[in-house]
Design a protein around this ligand. Structure first.
Ligand code: GLN
Length: 209
């Protein structure tokens, strides 16, 4: 039985599912609290954080995810997902899940046309730089004392971090075909070594973001 869940209420959950399949793991699509029952690691994908937060509330997932995270379920938020798991969203009335001690700013780099890509050094993934795709991305504005910084942009803006079992990336590893972050999250969730690595593609798709 798969122990990786992908929150599948909105956003690019299908691309995350494909990346885990490349590692030999068949994920569970999580749409209702009962889908979390066997999940050891939950991915909250990119998409639209306002919509994801509203739909999580509507389907009773907000408390269920918080409760499971408190009892040890790992969580990985990518882009909008990073906003959803944060402590605070600057200049916004939305209530995030507060699973990691960092504050974020939505659309910190501008609009869709200002999307960009960057090769980042991510020491926990090894020597090769990670090609990161930023689409209407948030930035981390405050990093709590207990949060480990995993990588930053050239101007020192932090864009990936980890605290206990909670991982965040402001960018979209599921769109590049490099599965090292997915493998890293499997290990964080205690699911062990990935079966295979891959730098070949899931199809790139940004239509839902
Ligand atoms: N700008 C979106 C938001 O605020 C995030 C975009 C994305 O996930 N690519 O939720």
């Amino acid at each position: 039985m798969s122990k990786i869940g992908i929150l599948a209420v909105q956003g690019d959950f299908a691309e995350h599912c494909q990346a885990f399949r490349c590692l030999g793991v068949e994920p569970i699509e999580v749409r209702l609290p009962e889908h979390l029952e066997h999940v050891q690691g939950l991915v909250i994908p990119g998409g639209e954080s306002t919509t994801i937060i509203k739909l999580m509330d509507l389907y009773g997932l907000t408390e269920a995810i918080k409760e499971r995270a408190r009892s040890g379920m790992s969580v990985w938020g990518t882009c909008a997902g990073m906003i959803v798991v944060s402590h605070r969203i600057m200049e916004d009335d939305l209530h995030p899940l507060d699973l990691i001690d960092l504050d974020v700013r939505r659309n910190a780099f501008g609009r869709q046309v200002d999307s960009f890509e960057a090769d980042l050094a991510v020491p926990v993934l090894g020597q090769a730089p990670f090609h990161a795709v930023f689409i209407r991305a948030p930035a981390i504005e405050r990093l709590g004392a207990g949060v480990e910084l995993l990588t930053q942009l050239e101007d020192d803006t932090p864009v990936a971090a980890c605290q206990d079992g909670v991982l965040v990336t402001a960018f979209h590893p599921e769109l590049t075909g490099d599965t090292r972050f997915h493998g890293y999250f499997l290990k964080l969730a205690g699911i062990g070594q990935p079966v295979t690595g891959s730098d070949s593609s899931p199809e790139h798709s940004t239509s839902v973001l």
